[in-house]
Design a protein around this ligand. Sequence first.
Ligand SMILES: Cc1cc2nc3c(=O)[nH]c(=O)nc-3n(C[C@H](O)[C@H](O)[C@H](O)COP(=O)(O)O)c2cc1C
Length: 509
Amino acid sequence: MNDAESRATPRYSLNLHTPLLDILGCDLPILAAGMGGVARFELAAAVSAAGGLGCLGMVREPVAMIESQVQQLRDLTSRPFGVNLIPAATESRLLATQVDCIIDLKVPIACLFWDIDRDTMARLLEAGIVVMHQVGSVQDARAALTAGADVIIAQGYDAGGHVRGTIGTFSLIPEIAEISPVPVVAAGGIVTGRGLAAALMLGAQGVWCGSAFVTTRESYAHELHKQALVDAVSEDAVHTLAYPLNWPQNSPVRVLRNSITENYQGGRDLPRTRRIGEQDSKPVYLFSTDSPLRDTEGELDKMPLYAGQACGQIRHRESAAELVARMVNEADQVFRHNLVEGNDDRGGPGETAGFSSSPCSLHEASGEYAGHCSNQELIDLLGLLLKAERAGARICACSLKQAGTGRLRRLLQQIHRDEVRSCRLLIGSIRSLDAQPHRETGDFFEKCMAVDNLEERLILLNRGQQWVVRKINEVLPRVGHQTVARQLEIMRNEHQHNIELASQTFETG
Ligand SMILES: Cc1cc2nc3c(=O)[nH]c(=O)nc-3n(C[C@H](O)[C@H](O)[C@H](O)COP(=O)(O)O)c2cc1C
């Protein structure tokens, strides 16, 4: 991190640290959507440098453009970032070269959207890239999970840009969080710290914001788009099929109402179109999904100005770092005021509110009084789990050589990825309790590797996973440390998912 970056990063907030951040490698659970055209290197770098996750919107962009954007971003920050691609809206040969390109560039995170393209996901995962997939329904979430997504972005109907589903963000998050063994990020209608806090309370581990970042200084959107978002009220953001070019049929968008949305008559065929402007020396056509950018010329009033339903809450034009810091501070305030200080006005800033009732004052009592296990007991248990997870990861890695190319291989790869991630979560948890993680691998490794037959070994490994789930379930009700508890829950859910997958694999042979 350079000096500018460390100055820009807001004070770290424990309340906002979620396991998602350990996967992405950033400090704050605020992710800027990879918006085609709008999210170029200045915006993505500014968000990542501020501690969030910036994402380049590279839908349908040629490889040379992706290379140059990634290079320019890396010149500004050494923080992690993502690249957004949309397989369903990209011609297949171009998509293949885009994927090659981000693998060659060792881009750490890929963010995909719309139809789930299992081949593209498999290639990215195989290359060790963290894959986030944006979905609009529980059904899509299940498909993305089966394809191996590391993170699910749950996009609600409130969202700006292309809208995948029909359910509002705050109804969708809890449903997806319940079934997902991997972290869920909320998208759609989140533009404030209060929105961030609410999303976290509903089970999301971060937020993916588009409209709010369109208005920032670093975004590549046209001035007209930025100001229109600040001036808009929520009713101005309409859901429409009026911009169909470049995308699969029936792909709705949410944009600010204009003459095109008002005169849209419906109809299944592509409407007749004509050239209405120019961007990067390329024509912009009427009804195309291209929104006007910094240097777009032409009939801007006919182009789509993407906007989520929360546009009515966007009141400032600020830098990306200011937006990130404001959201963090607001969310932190919400948590401190409502959860820690018992929403009691008697306590001044930073002070603890007076005792009112026993549930409100529990946080003041010692952990043991509240029935929590001691720090040392927790550290010992996390150490034990770490040994088991290291053993599991090594068993998978060694067994891969024997696995051929079929279902067993995919199963082993999935378990391996999750065990490695569990190790990372456990190491982070142990450190957060001010202890040093050990480097040992459990005896289970030798025990399993002594079994020559691969399927029998995997059955034994599955029993090991069941042991981990039991241990976590036993301790969870007594874990007082919120972040550690969340991480254990994630680990438990991932193990349960893999146990089911393994059982199905063995049943179907
Ligand atoms: C201007 C704009 C462009 C967008 N372009 C893309 C895109 O290229 N790829 C993508 O996955 N999502 C895109 N989206 C959708 C976002 O990923 C996200 O779902 C949405 O912005 C969340 O809702 P919000 O705008 O209310 O924050 C875009 C959104 C906006 C506002």
